[in-house]
Write a protein that binds this ligand. Structure first.
Ligand code: SF4
Length: 256
């Protein structure tokens, strides 16, 4: 990816200042407004359509700030996830821009690894996430000055150090995580109190929802992200959108 030039001149210092503001700002709508005030130029909210991102979408609609909303259609989503796009557009009267992967890259990947090749080796899985998620997101973020995500510290060990705002060196933009300090209980209470539309799978044991072949329901007491790529060991299970996937192994011990 080529490095975009920021019209705003945003950098690590600006990210640090925004993080300080968000630390002392309580209401989510105020946090969204603070992000808009602090970052000049285009701000993108990339929604996975999961429960956290639905909370953020509600707050963006509530404040009416100028933030572009997009989601990545990997081509392997649950139907319930696609229905969440429709439900959200109807509820909030806004358009969610659907970003698809490049057809040629998907064709090449499937020809090489097969339709379910991502289960055969961790490197195949990371390659699939790269083609279907990471590259389309990088294209969509090109030229943006700000990026809003629904990451929470509690979601996993790997996300425990999530900051309210940081400078993404690779993408050359400010990444803001306005729910960084929220608990799942608080997220669920917000959804209930505000009648926020959410993916029907959340009520069926799916707290974290990714692509259909790579997500299962979890058992009581399991980690929130235990249902994601469940055949891999727990360390570093990321698709590369937020954190670079660490070297991980399958349950059978095949390393990548
Ligand atoms: S979650 Fe699974 S199907 Fe979706 S992009 Fe990653 S490996 Fe491919």
């Amino acid at each position: 990816m080529s490095t975009p030039t920021l019209a705003s001149g945003a950098g690590p210092q600006q990210a640090q200042s925004l993080a300080a503001i968000l630390t002392t700002t309580e209401a989510l709508t105020d946090r969204i407004q603070a992000i808009r005030n602090a970052v000049d130029g285009r701000i993108v909210f990339s929604t996975s359509l999961g429960i956290e991102d639905q909370v953020i979408l509600h707050a963006i609609a509530d404040t009416g700030v100028d933030v572009e909303v997009l989601t990545l259609d990997t081509g392997r989503h649950f139907p319930e996830t696609l229905e969440t796009i429709r439900d959200s557009e109807l509820r909030y009267g806004l358009k969610i821009h659907v970003v698809a992967p490049e057809k040629d890259s998907v064709d090449t990947l499937v020809a090489r690894d097969g339709v379910f090749g991502f289960r055969n080796a961790v490197e195949n899985r990371i390659a699939c996430c790269d083609v279907r998620k990471v590259r389309p997101l990088n294209r969509a973020l090109h030229g943006a000055s700000g990026w809003i995500t629904g990451m929470r510290r509690e979601q996993s060990q790997g996300r425990g150090a999530t900051e309210f705002a940081s400078f993404d060196d690779t993408r050359q933009l400010i990444k803001a995580n306005p729910l960084a300090d929220w608990s799942l209980d608080r997220v669920e209470a917000f959804v209930k109190d505000n009648n926020v539309p959410i993916n029907a799978l959340h009520a069926r044991g799916y707290p974290s929802i990714g692509c259909q072949p790579c997500t299962r329901a979890i058992e009581p007491g399991e980690d929130i992200r235990a249902g994601r790529w469940w055949w891999e060991n727990d360390d570093g299970k990321e698709c590369g959108l937020h954190n670079r996937p660490a070297t991980v192994t399958t349950k059978e011990g095949a390393a990548s």
